[in-house]
Structures are given as structure tokens and as C-alpha cells.
Design a protein around this ligand. Structure first.
Ligand SMILES: Cc1cc2nc3c(=O)[nH]c(=O)nc-3n(C[C@H](O)[C@H](O)[C@H](O)COP(=O)(O)O)c2cc1C
Length: 189
């Protein structure tokens, strides 16, 4: 198993050498300080999101930016990850807009790419973030709370803020466990 550490505290994320380094160093962060995320950073994160690729460039995503404390408290009650949500200064709820949809699988893939872009952009700006999917179990309550139209379907909520703990670790399977060359029976050496 490979291990990678969130290295923001050591290097200063503005000096990341490459996209690859950011991809590998980014970690899910679940503890945030109370500091507000600056509006220009929120805009940059959203910009990163909309520059994700999408099938036929249909851009099937919609985002709701949530900073209101009462709304955040109410959303926190809708997930097993209550503590993560409750202590986040910023949530971005991500929706599939069925009015823009042309193929469900491809639309969902595009939205996944837009979420990953947000995680990477926030990492670059010294923010922590985590992709929250468990809250989808209560997506209808989320729709109601955020007063979304019929054509919006919740895909995820991203929680963001300045990280408390800057030393998160994660692991990945080794390449040889997941990659085949040319055909299934090949062995990677
Ligand atoms: C589709 C999806 C759903 C996820 N849902 C949750 C969640 O509900 N709660 C949570 O704490 N983390 C959630 N995560 C974050 C994963 O736990 C995390 O990405 C994984 O453990 C790898 O850690 P890393 O992001 O630090 O590399 C989710 C990630 C993805 C891609």
C-alpha cells in the first residue's frame, strides 16, 4: 500500500511543483477553523469546477454556496458526518441539473470531475476540503432545505475551510493491484 501525506504545512501549497504533486498530496480534510473562506477563493474554486470537462460540453452541474450558519447546522443533521458539516464555514452543494442532462452516466462523471477540480483548487489555496457523499441518503431533505427546483438532483456536498490538522495521511493500492497491460491476464512487474 502506498501512503501519501497532506503536505500543506511543510511546503506551502502555493509552491507545488506540479499538478501531479497536488493530486498526490491532496487529502480529505474534516476539521476546519472558524475562519471565513474569502470570496475570491470561493470564486476561484467555482471557476475550477466549471472548467471540468463534460460530455458534449453540456456542463450539467449546478452549485449552491452555503455559508449561513443555520443552514449548515440543519444540513449537518442530515448526515452521519454531522461533526464535519457542523464545523465547516463553507459548504458547496453540487447538483445534476436534469434540464441540461444528455446521458446520466456521462453527466455524473462530469460532475465528479468538477468536484475533483474543486478539491484540487482548494488545496492549492491552502484550504482543506472533503467530498461528502453519505448525505445523499437524505437527498430529498437536502432538496427541501435548499428549496431546489425539481430538475436538481444532489450529487454531493463539499465541505471546505482552513484545516486544523495539516498532517492527514491516506493510502492507495499499489498499481499492480489495479492495472493490467494489454489484456486482463497480464502481470505488471
Ligand atoms: C464519492 C465519494 C463520497 C465520499 N463520501 C464521504 C463522506 O460521506 N464522508 C467523508 O468523510 N468522506 C467521504 N469521502 C472522502 C473519502 O473518504 C476519501 O476521499 C478517501 O478516504 C481517500 O482519502 P483522501 O481523499 O484523503 O485521499 C467521499 C469521497 C468520494 C469520492
Amino acid at each position: 500500500m502506498e501512503v501519501a501525506t497532506y503536505n500543506y504545512s511543510k511546503k506551502g501549497v502555493y509552491n507545488l511543483n506540479s499538478i501531479l504533486e497536488a493530486i498526490i498530496s491532496r487529502r480529505s480534510i474534516r476539521n476546519f477553523t472558524k475562519k471565513k473562506v474569502e470570496d475570491d477563493k470561493i470564486n476561484s474554486i467555482l471557476k475550477a469546477a466549471i472548467w471540468a470537462p463534460s460530455g458534449l460540453n453540456n456542463q450539467p452541474w449546478k452549485f449552491i454556496v452555503i455559508e449561513n450558519e443555520n443552514t449548515i447546522q440543519s444540513l449537518s443533521k442530515l448526515t452521519h458526518y454531522e461533526k464535519v458539516v457542523k464545523n465547516s464555514p463553507l459548504l458547496i452543494a453540487v447538483f445534476l441539473d436534469s434540464d441540461e442532462s444528455y446521458n446520466f452516466v456521462k453527466d455524473v462523471q462530469a460532475i465528479g470531475a468538477s468536484i475533483q477540480n474543486m478539491l484540487l483548487a482548494s488545496f492549492e489555496m491552502e484550504l482543506g476540503s472533503v467530498w461528502l457523499g453519505e448525505i445523499l441518503n437524505n437527498k430529498y431533505e437536502v432538496h427541501k432545505l435548499l428549496d431546489t427546483p425539481e430538475n436538481f438532483e444532489l450529487m454531493a456536498i463539499v465541505a471546505l475551510g482552513y484545516p486544523v490538522n495539516k498532517e492527514q495521511k491516506s493510502t492507495r493500492k499499489n498499481l499492480h493491484e489495479v492495472v493490467y497491460y494489454e489484456h486482463y491476464q497480464s502481470k505488471v512487474v
